[in-house]
Design a binder for this molecule. Structure first.
Ligand SMILES: Nc1ncnc2[nH]cnc12
Ligand SMILES: [Zn+2]
Length: 324
């Protein structure tokens, strides 16, 4: 099995419908408007974000969150993943009634439980949510900078890219950078190439969440390649959310051929009827990538990981190890 690594998955968005149904029963909530016939229902980015918020609100205790990250990383490991970074969201924790610190420690506990069972390494990237507002994003950055959790290694911004400007988030990213955290920002998903350029100009991230709409501007594609910025591509998500019509028109290969560093990720897997394994399968089937090319994508992800040098070296050596 191809070894895999994931850099871009929102932990609340990794909760399977069956788990959300269990949580709904636990808290006596009706979720028939967001889950039908065992599948999440939404019809556009706005309704996806709304369904995501309803489901997230059903994770309320430390054990709820620990079980969520444990389940997700364990399932990733079963599919051949050796490394996973998950986006966490203090805003969702607060809304569900848990302090960001308790939430982070619980998710960290689940990550360690999964590591004990399977060997998968996991880290957390604290995110602020654009449509919640600049204040909350700065609060998330301050939390990330001071939480002192060994598995928190990055900071990012997600949410509705159609709201706010990159310049609004400069202070938040400065706080995170000063604290030594890795930097990634969602751009070029629902915003066009201009959004990716603004991210590079104002935020200077080493990675961009999605970034795929950079394809609209060849000069920008060249800049991404020249600067070695890594793109956290999520093809299944992009097609489900209709960012592109189909896999044939997805720019993953074009970006790679232009010299951009690209990785494969699931984003919010059950919402987009995907898994990390399916993303690798999509790359094989629709982009014609060989086993060797897919392993190189895993290597790119690990090289770009927000993880200490020793762990990175150990992960890279697992890629080199002969298959048994
Ligand atoms: N695909 C996505 N884009 C932006 N924010 C998100 N939060 C969860 N999934 C997201
Ligand atoms: Zn995302």
């Amino acid at each position: 099995m191809t070894l895999k690594a994931e850099l871009h998955c929102h932990i609340e968005g990794a909760a399977a419908p069956e788990l959300v149904l269990k949580q709904a029963a636990k808290y006596g909530k009706d979720v028939s408007h967001i889950i039908r016939d065992g599948s999440f229902v939404w019809h556009d980015f706005t309704s996806f974000l709304a369904a995501y918020d309803v489901a997230s609100d059903l994770f309320r205790t430390e054990e709820d969150y620990a079980r969520l990250s444990e389940h997700y990383l364990t399932s990733l490991a079963r599919d051949g993943a050796i490394y996973s970074e998950v986006f966490t969201s203090p805003d969702h924790a607060l809304k569900a009634g848990l302090s960001p610190q308790a939430y982070t420690e619980a998710l960290g506990e689940g990550i360690l439980r999964a590591r004990d069972k399977t060997g998968i390494e996991g880290r957390m990237i604290v995110t602020g949510v654009r449509h919640v507002g600049v204040e909350s994003i700065e609060a998330a950055a301050r939390f990330a900078a001071k939480c002192d959790h060994p598995l928190v290694t990055g900071f990012g911004v997600a949410g509705d890219e159609r709201q706010g400007d990159m310049e609004d988030y400069v202070r938040a990213f400065e706080i995170a950078r000063e604290a030594g955290l890795g930097i990634t920002v969602h751009a070029g998903e629902f915003g066009g190439w201009e959004s990716v350029k603004a991210a590079l100009d104002h935020i200077r991230p080493s990675r961009i969440g999605h970034g795929v709409r950079a394809i609209e501007n060849p000069d920008l594609v060249k800049r991404i390649a020249d600067e070695g910025v890594v793109l956290e591509c999520c093809p299944g998500s992009n097609i489900a959310l209709k960012v592109f019509d189909d896999f044939t028109s997805h720019p993953f290969l074009k970006l790679q051929e232009a010299g951009c560093k690209v990785t494969l990720n699931s984003d919010d897997p059950p919402y987009f009827w995907t898994t990390l394994k399916r993303e690798y399968d999509i790359a094989a089937t629709h982009f014609g990538m060989s086993e060797k090319a897919l392993s190189a994508v895993t290597r790119t992800a690990i090289e770009a990981a927000f993880v200490d040098r020793k762990t990175k070296a150990a992960l890279l050596s697992r890629l080199e190890a002969p298959k048994r």
